[in-house]
Ligand binder design. Structure first.
Ligand SMILES: [Zn+2]
Length: 252
């Protein structure tokens, strides 16, 4: 090959293997102010809480923007704090779990997948996770483990059920100080470059939304592309998963 083709070839290769980031805004539908998130790029996914006055409205509006939505399914936490209506509990029988998932999905039309809201207790338990993943498999939905505990079995059980899945790598805004959000944003970029893909979760706080509106477009300069969650999930399910990260996560 002539050497003058080399830069072109490198350009093509870099482009096809660009690191990818998907971003999820969790807890959507709690309050009217969350709608500020609709001005984010359409590649950003909304994880919508079920059984809320705004669940359906937000789902439909997101679909109109060709934005992906997932069901943000409340699951029992170790502290049992902030439990939402329709939460999946460890005391439930399999048919009760299925019924809660069914009811929740009815209120979040257009959902292409599910991630967990809280769930530090439930995601550690085999039976509820197996029932959940089997039901999602039946519905053709993928799962994103929010990783609210390092002991989560969600990924392993989703793999056993044969459903597409991935997990959260970075929470962008546990600390709302601008320099902390900035730090986590750059950690997300580093992880995406290291592993080829990474998933960030943020919340519809005004500090976070302002930061994202100002900085999301800079991803390109870092050689990273922002992609729809379903694209990343289908690719990452065939790639090496990011398994060894030490992150401190609060009990959710
Ligand atoms: Zn949540």
């Amino acid at each position: 090959m002539r050497l003058y083709f080399l830069p072109l070839l490198l350009l093509v290769c870099t482009h096809s293997y660009a690191a990818q980031i998907s971003l999820i805004i969790d807890d959507m539908g709690n309050k009217k102010n969350d709608e500020a998130a609709f001005s984010l790029p359409a590649e950003v996914t909304f994880a919508i809480l079920p059984n809320k006055r705004l669940s359906q409205v937000f789902s439909i509006r997101a679909a109109e923007q060709e934005r992906e939505v997932i069901l943000h399914m409340p699951m029992e936490s170790l502290g049992r704090q902030n439990q939402e209506e329709g939460v999946l509990l460890s005391s439930m029988k399999p048919d009760e779990i299925v019924q809660s998932l069914k009811n929740a999905l009815k209120t979040v039309p257009h959902a292409v997948g599910v991630n967990n809201h809280m769930g530090s207790r439930l995601t550690q338990l085999s039976m509820p996770m197996a029932v959940t993943m089997q039901y999602l498999s039946k519905r053709g939905l993928f799962f994103v483990d929010s990783r609210t505990t390092r002991y989560s079995k969600a990924e392993q059980i989703a793999n056993q059920a044969g459903i597409l899945n991935t997990k959260r790598n970075v929470f962008l805004d546990h600390d709302l100080q601008p320099q902390k959000i900035e730090q986590e944003f750059h950690r997300l970029i580093r992880l995406a470059k290291k592993y080829g893909h990474a998933v960030g979760i943020a919340h519809p706080h005004s500090q976070t939304l302002n930061y994202l509106k100002e900085h999301l477009h800079t991803l390109k300069e870092h050689g990273v592309s922002l992609v729809k969650l379903s694209d990343l999930v289908s690719k990452s399910s065939h790639l090496v998963q990011v398994t060894k990260q030490k992150t401190s996560i609060p009990i959710l």
